[in-house]
Design a protein around this ligand. Structure first.
Ligand code: SF4
Ligand code: SF4
Length: 258
């Protein structure tokens, strides 16, 4: 007698797989427990906004902060401390933050094999009834149905930092820089306070439209946060010190300059 086991398959973007999930299935909600969900800065922004929480409160209450081998901060969704380690957002009706659920939850059961997203792994778990139906989809269609385009766009901008050559060449950042990446990209309210209540815009040359856009739009703010991290870590990110401030800096370094 053949024993049934979970199976894994590799797919490309346009290959079809069979899967559908809905609340009528007997397994409904059982997968929202005891899982490692890594959150991107954009996930955190969407989730905390959905809950109307300041970023520091969301991070404190619902996440665990770790550090990768390269020094990049890793943020994981904290499961509840009940016996099933359930996700804090799962309720009888399903995900209570469904519109703002994180990238990993949208992607399930599809896992990209690499950051380039050329190939995808699908783990066909016996416990998941979603594989027993007839509805087929390609990974491309799945991503569209899960409304992932904005997530991909924002996460790609973050990947410019996390997959930078600096790290690919085996370098790591020090704890001070780890903190800077975390405070800037994940604790977005703190970053907003920092740039708007310091002399930041007196020192750095940021155009008025960008400043105004950042005041009103958190996605603009997050995009600028990424630029600030690129500038701080790699002297990139298209941020410039104002000429006057640069002169002062040069004079401070070399008092003999006239
Ligand atoms: S965030 Fe929502 S979809 Fe993701 S594990 Fe929690 S309840 Fe499930
Ligand atoms: S079908 Fe799979 S993904 Fe959907 S609720 Fe059941 S176990 Fe979770």
């Amino acid at each position: 007698m053949s024993e049934q086991t979970d199976k894994k398959f590799l797919f490309t973007l346009d290959e079809e797989f069979t899967f559908s999930c809905d609340s009528t299935l007997p397994c409904f909600n059982t997968c929202c427990r005891d899982i490692n969900i890594f959150l991107t800065p954009y996930d955190v922004m969407r989730m905390r906004r959905s809950l109307w929480l300041p970023s520091d409160e969301f991070l404190d209450k619902f996440t665990i902060a770790l550090v990768g081998d390269d020094g990049i901060p890793l943020v994981v969704l904290k499961m509840k401390e009940d016996k099933d380690k359930t996700c804090p957002f799962v309720g009888a009706q399903g995900c209570s933050i469904y519109q703002d659920r994180p990238w990993s939850c949208r992607m399930y059961p599809v896992f990209p094999v690499s950051a380039e997203e050329q190939e995808f792994l699908i783990e066909e778990k016996l416990a998941c009834h979603g594989f027993r139906g007839k509805k087929t989809s390609t990974v491309r269609q799945w991503k569209k149905d899960q409304d992932l385009s904005k997530f991909d766009l924002m996460n790609d901008a973050y990947k410019k930092i996390t997959l930078h050559d600096y790290f690919q060449n085996g370098n790591k950042i020090d704890p001070g820089m780890t903190k800077l990446v975390y405070n800037t990209c994940y604790d977005l309210d703190a970053f907003k306070r920092f740039i708007f209540s310091s002399r930041f815009f007196d020192i750095y040359d940021v155009d008025v439209q960008t400043i105004e856009a950042m005041r009103k739009d958190e996605e603009e703010l997050l995009n600028f946060a990424y630029r600030w991290v690129e500038f701080s870590l790699f002297s990139e990110g298209n941020i410039k010190i104002k000429d006057k401030e640069m002169e002062k800096l040069m004079k401070a370094r070399n008092p003999n300059l006239s």
